[in-house]
Design a protein around this ligand. Structure first.
Ligand code: ADP
Ligand code: MG
Length: 687
């Protein structure tokens, strides 16, 4: 780390933007360009153009209404334009005196009253025109464009831009791809005659080169971490005949689906090797991932190793704990094995006991939240770590887990689970280092959930439906909106809904659950609901993942327009888990404008149209883009800055094919390429 005290504000800002090396600067590409290569006539301009004009000042005065401002009128011979300055110095007023000829740059706004520019930049007319388009870079408040431009050009001049592509590999992409040096020089200073549209949509050959470079770096680093993992050693874990695995299978109250059996075998094959497993188990909500995880844990435990299961929330962890205990404890008891439980809210005494169980190895299975990977936790011999709802964990946490596993000298196997299926392009890019198993079938006897969109103004009808469900002995979830800015508002809203429903449903137990409640209280509410005594559960999004109450048949989501698609799908998955016909009501509020926004509408429509998790994930990716989709993973992993998976699939496929060949035959080039693009960040990709 450089000594940041000695640095100027812009220098510090550059470091914060990750612009430390010359090559980082060279790869910092413009967001857009401004055209200062020509002067346009007002007559030819269009609304919204950022234009450069030359004109003569015809009026200059200070106006006081609606607020104090300098009002200047100019005429360029084709039309007139009004300039407004809300803050100005006397010197500027002087420079814009009537009769002066000025060169102006600014965004043109039209309207009844003719052209206007707010705070245009100006200088005396005449002077040279720029030879290239002026780049506008992504930057931050303390880093002025002009400073950054100079720094980028400096970096571009000094950086080593020699080609890292092995000879001949761009043949498949011709005639699209330029050399790196050529592409960068162009993108930082494009010639004025370039078709601006090809820069904006990044279809220009120079952009193609940069995207190909970036995708290749991503593929290489993931492949590399996969290969590095293959050099690590893990215990080979095999199920024994008449062992825990078989006993658990026999004890289950149901038969596994074909899909569960298949993924179970895939996992068992990985466990039996002495190379660490790095597998993602994906399956729609309710597809039965937990039991598959428990069976994998049984194999590890049977072989004499410990298993850990980590869930993102206490409620979820609790559910796993209860279920797993139910299934496993009767089998554990004769062997003298225990299940340990670790959460943040645990009492000191209980925690100390649990830590001792984990350290001695008496606890064969450890279930909990993030607490499982905290420093004080010492496993005796962790053989398999399972992370549920993996996308909700940060990269740093996953790295911590792996570090923990390494303490014992052997790498444990790692199984991640997710109900949000990864669309194909993401699986090929961000998750290229993962093996994926998919449960593509729901257990039999599930009834599809009917989804209805209902305007908030028809709340009363919803209360009626709730009453009808309760009369049939069913249970109901009511999820309150997520208010990003304020947890306190979340709470007010949930509390108000809770009161209103309690009043509307006399004699019915209506519970309230929100994220700020102390853990024991949450637990108490949850157990009343899972036990069936509580008919309605009003909650903020804490129930978002994994809760399993098969008797619940109605899910009401208030202000559904504020939720993301995957979140809605997860929430909907809380019902339809038993045999009863179930429904999900998406209450939406049209908002002040009287209508829903474009993306909110697209989300709600998708929800009503399909129940297929894969289709939902695909549409979610379309609506939100990969950044948000990846959620926690983005906190550390460098996102693709230039390539767009939706349009650059052919480049992605090219990079995927090239990467293994390049690592095998051009290892030095590969290393140089990764260092150039990822610098110190590649560690994160291994999480
Ligand atoms: P998810 O994949 O969303 O984590 P769960 O593991 O919570 O799903 O399983 C959902 C419900 O289905 C649980 O009640 C579980 O016991 C039950 N279940 C799992 N597998 C089967 C099966 N093969 N047949 C019947 N029920 C099953
Ligand atoms: Mg689950």
């Amino acid at each position: 780390m450089p000594d940041t005290k000695a640095l100027s504000e812009p220098q510090k800002a550059m470091i914060r933007l990750g612009l430390a090396r010359d090559i980082d600067l060279a790869l910092h590409l413009p967001l857009r360009y401004e055209d200062e290569t020509r002067i346009v006539k007002l007559r030819d301009a269009r609304e919204g153009d950022v234009a450069q004009i030359e004109a003569t000042v015809t009026a200059c005065e200070i106006a006081y209404r609606p607020r104090r401002q300098l009002l200047v009128t100019v005429d360029d011979g084709s039309d007139t334009c009004v300039l407004r300055f809300f803050s100005f110095y006397p010197s500027q007023q002087k420079a814009l005196a009537v009769g002066t000829r000025v060169r102006l740059r600014g965004e043109l706004k039209g309207g009844f009253l003719g052209w206007q520019m707010i705070h245009p930049s100006f200088k005396p007319a005449g002077g040279e025109l720029a030879a290239a388009l002026t780049p506008v870079y992504p930057t931050s408040a303390t880093l002025p464009q002009a400073y950054l431009r100079k720094a980028v050009l400096g970096g571009l001049g000094r950086a080593d831009l020699s080609d890292t592509f092995p000879p001949g590999v761009t043949e498949a992409l011709r005639p699209l791809v330029w050399a790196l040096r050529e592409a960068l020089a162009f993108l930082h200073q494009p010639a004025p005659d370039v078709a601006m549209a090809t820069l904006e949509d990044r279809s220009h050959p120079a952009w193609q080169r940069l995207k190909a470079e970036e995708l290749l770096a991503q593929q290489l680093s993931q492949l590399l971490s996969k290969r590095e993992r293959a050099d690590l050693r893990s215990p080979a874990l095999r199920a024994r005949p008449q062992g825990l695995h078989e006993q658990l299978l026999a004890a289950l109250p149901f038969k596994l689906t074909a899909a569960q059996r298949r993924v179970g075998e895939e996992i068992a094959r990985d466990l039996a090797r002495n190379i660490p497993m790095h597998r993602l188990l994906q399956g729609d909500v309710g597809s039965g991932k937990t039991v598959v995880a428990a069976l994998a844990a049984a194999i590890a435990i049977d072989a004499g190793w410990q298993g850990a299961l980590m869930a993102p929330t206490e409620i979820l962890a609790e559910q796993h704990f209860r279920k797993l205990i139910g299934w496993l404890e009767p089998l554990f008891a004769p062997r003298g094995l225990r299940v340990a439980w670790l959460t943040g809210s645990q009492k000191k005494k209980e925690r100390t006991e649990m830590l001792a169980l984990v350290a001695s190895g008496e606890a064969a299975l450890v279930v909990g939240t993030h607490a499982v990977i905290q420093e004080q936790v010492q496993f005796k011999n962790l053989g398999l770590a399972i992370i549920d709802e993996q996308h909700r964990f940060g990269v740093a946490q996953r790295l911590a887990l792996r570090a923990k596993m390494k303490e014992a000298g052997q790498e444990p196997h790692l199984l991640m689970m997710s109900a949000t299926p990864i669309p194909r392009t993401l699986a090929m890019s961000y998750y290229a280092d993962l093996d994926v198993s998919t449960i593509d079938e729901l257990p039999p006897g599930r009834t599809p959930v009917v989804t209805k969109l209902i305007a908030d103004s028809r709340r009363d009808e919803v209360t009626e439906r709730i009453r009808a469900q309760i009369a049939q002995g069913r249970q109901v979830y009511w999820v309150c909106p997520l208010i990003e800015e304020s947890e306190a508002l979340d709470l007010t809203n949930a509390t108000a809904t809770h009161e209103a429903l309690s009043a509307a449903l006399p004699g019915v137990m209506v519970g309230l659950l929100h994220s700020r409640m102390p853990a024991p209280e949450k637990k108490a509410v949850m157990s009343l609901f899972t036990g069936g005594q509580m008919s309605v559960l009003v909650s903020t999004t804490v129930i978002e993942v994994g809760v399993d109450v098969p008797n619940a048949s109605l899910m009401v989501i208030e202000h559904a327009e504020r939720f993301g698609l995957s979140q809605l799908h997860q929430l909907r998955g809380r019902v339809g888990r038993g045999a009863a016909a179930s429904a999900c009501i998406l209450l939406y509020s049209a908002g002040d404008a009287g209508r829903l926004g474009e993306t909110a509408r697209a989300r709600l429509k998708a929800m009503a149209e399909t129940a297929d998790g894969f289709e939902i994930a695909r549409r979610d990716l379309e609506i939100r883009g990969p950044g948000e989709f990846l959620g926690a993973r983005q906190s550390g992993a460098p996102l693709l800055r230039f390539a767009d998976l939706a349009v650059d699939t052919h480049l992605l496929e090219w990079a995927r094919e090239l990467a293994p060949m390049m690592l095998d035959r051009h290892a030095q080039l590969a290393e140089k390429h990764i260092a150039r693009w990822l610098g110190g960040k590649s560690e994160y990709l291994k999480a």
